[in-house]
Design a protein around this ligand. Sequence first.
Ligand code: SF4
Ligand code: SF4
Length: 136
Amino acid sequence: MIKKRYVLNFPPQSGDKPLSYQLVKEYDIRINILKAEVYPGKRGSLLLELQGTKENIEKGVHYLIRHHVICEPLDKRIHFQEEKCIDCGNCTAVCFPGALTMNKTTWKLEFDKNKCVVCELCIPACPLKLFQIDFS
Ligand code: SF4
Ligand code: SF4
C-alpha cells in the first residue's frame, strides 16, 4: 500500500462524486480530500491523497484521465526555486503540516512535498518569492 497526493482539475459541469465512487469501488482506493475548490458551472479543483496498491492507483488515475479529468501528482504542481533559497526559515513558521522544516544539523531547508496541503501560505511568507503553486 502506498499514499500519493494528486491535484485533480474537473471540467465544467462534471460532478466528482461518481468518479470518486468508482475509484473506491473498482480500484479499492481510499480517498482523503485535502483541499477542494468547486464552483457550480466552473472548473473544479481537488487535492486528493490516494491510498492503495501502486498498480490500482495507476489504474485509477488512468480512469480519471479517460473521463477528462486532469490528474497530476502534487509535486508536479509545486514549483520551488530551491537553488535560490537562503535558508532563512520564514516559510517553516507558516507550514502547519510540516512539509517545510529546517534540518537541525545543517540548518538547511527541507521540503517534503508529499506533506503539502496547498494552503499557499508559504508563497507570501518567502521574502524571495521562491514558491509557485499551480492548483486551480
Ligand atoms: S503550500 Fe506551502 S505552507 Fe502550505 S502546506 Fe504546502 S509547503 Fe506548507
Ligand atoms: S522563506 Fe524562502 S528563502 Fe527562506 S527558507 Fe523558506 S524558501 Fe528559503
